[in-house]
Design a binder for this molecule. Structure first.
Ligand SMILES: Cc1ncc(COP(=O)(O)O)c(C=O)c1O
Length: 382
């Protein structure tokens, strides 16, 4: 094992995350750590709630939701009007799934490595004639593009898959997937929950039709806040079969007789957003914007590579993509009893996660090499 663990250039941001005063946090792909910035944004909201109550809606809280929409837009290289706000990824996915016409193209193609809530959107529609095609991964790490290509054809309405797989951390070549889908006349939806924040994302360059992500993990916003990007040229053409008053062009007219949807991605909004979560996310996004996602990626990639190297030096074979450029800050360490190992590590002060057959470790820019090096030493101790 390497003797010294060099400190990186974002190490000063560790102070923003009080969890490190108590534990070594290595679980950002489950839940990003709470920053002082996010906590003080939520505290400001609580003060407003206490002192102003509902009078804060129009001049403070609704503008905050719009600031968040712009922040999410900037994060993925688009404008605020292309972003719809949701409480979770499942909600974002379901409004997209309810927007498509399955009458001539019945199929949705996804993969065995995608988070199950993606598949569930279309399994829930099987009795309406929708067919879900799950492309299998040969190794649990990635899905070869040729396998996807073989599954996508003139029957495909949508290809729905992840930017980064939650089980292996592998970064998928989304532009190539989008090209395959579009060539067959299908749309493409990307679950970017494990990507946005830790990787630079440009929805225009990726040429995707839908992209969703949210606060929980790499965007440091906690639970209760997510977003759906819809390609601007497509948004106005879609009429979801579910609706909410926040998707109305003029919600505060309270007109129950006409569902006149907003012309842009606001039309995919449903109901009142969780304002505390909006504020937490504004705090997290502010921090990420200050640091810059390119720097986050560089530091996180270095930490990930160091973790993999150190694990291998200890005789562990992490389940990760073969090429470093396809890897992200999720590293799977094989384990005979992941729940027991996670518990054992927690008792030693290391917060990691269990997935079937593996302990899942995810370093982020607020980690130092010494975090995972010390964790590995405990991990190999029987
Ligand atoms: C890639 C991915 N998609 C979706 C989800 C779940 O999304 P939600 O609970 O917000 O619906 C997770 C994990 O929580 C995930 O890792």
């Amino acid at each position: 094992m390497t003797a010294t663990a060099p400190v990186h250039r974002l190490a000063r941001y560790r102070e923003e995350f009080p969890v490190f005063e108590r534990a070594i946090y290595l679980n950002s792909c489950s839940l990003g750590a709470l920053s002082r910035r996010a906590r003080s944004a939520v505290n400001a909201y609580l003060d407003q709630w206490e002192t102003r109550g509902a009078s804060a809606w129009y001049d403070t809280w609704l503008p905050a939701v719009e600031r968040l929409r712009a922040g999410y837009g900037a994060l993925v290289g688009t404008e605020a009007g292309a972003i719809s706000i949701h409480p979770c990824i499942s909600s974002a996915l379901s409004v997209a799934a309810e927007s498509l016409d399955y009458s001539t193209r019945r199929r949705v193609v996804t993969t065995s490595l995608d988070f199950p809530t993606v598949a569930y959107q279309w399994l829930a529609k099987v009795d309406r004639g929708v067919e879900l095609v799950i492309v299998e991964s040969p190794d649990g790490i990635g899905v070869p593009l040729e396998r996807l290509a073989a599954a996508i054809d003139g029957r495909t309405a949508l290809v729905a898959t992840s930017h980064v797989y939650f089980t292996s951390g592998t970064i998928q070549d989304i532009r190539a997937v989008a090209d395959l889908a579009h060539r067959a006349g299908a749309l493409v939806l990307v679950d970017g929950y494990q990507a946005a924040g830790q990787l630079p994302v440009d929805v225009t360059a990726l040429d995707v039709d839908f992209y969703c992500s949210g606060g929980l993990k790499w965007l440091l916003g906690g639970s209760g806040i997510a977003f759906l990007y819809v390609r601007p040229a497509l948004a106005g053409l879609l009429e979801p079969s579910i609706a909410g008053w926040f998707g109305h062009a003029m919600p505060f007219r309270f007109d129950a007789r006409e569902l006149r949807r907003a012309s842009d991605a606001h039309r995919f909004d449903l109901g009142t957003p969780s304002v505390a979560s909006v504020y937490a996310q504004l705090g997290g996004l502010e921090l990420l914007a200050e640091i810059g996602i390119a720097s986050v990626r560089e530091v996180t990639a270095d930490l990930t590579e160091d973790l993999i190297r150190e694990a291998r030096a200890l005789g562990i074979t992490p389940k990760v993509a073969a090429r470093a450029e396809d890897r992200s800050g999720i590293v799977m360490l094989p384990s005979g009893d992941p729940a027991r190992d996670v518990h054992r590590l927690a008792e030693a002060g290391f917060i990691v996660d269990a997935r079937p057959g593996h302990v899942r470790v995810s370093p982020y820019f607020y980690n130092l090499p010494e975090d995972h090096r010390a964790m590995l030493e405990h991990f190999v101790r029987v």
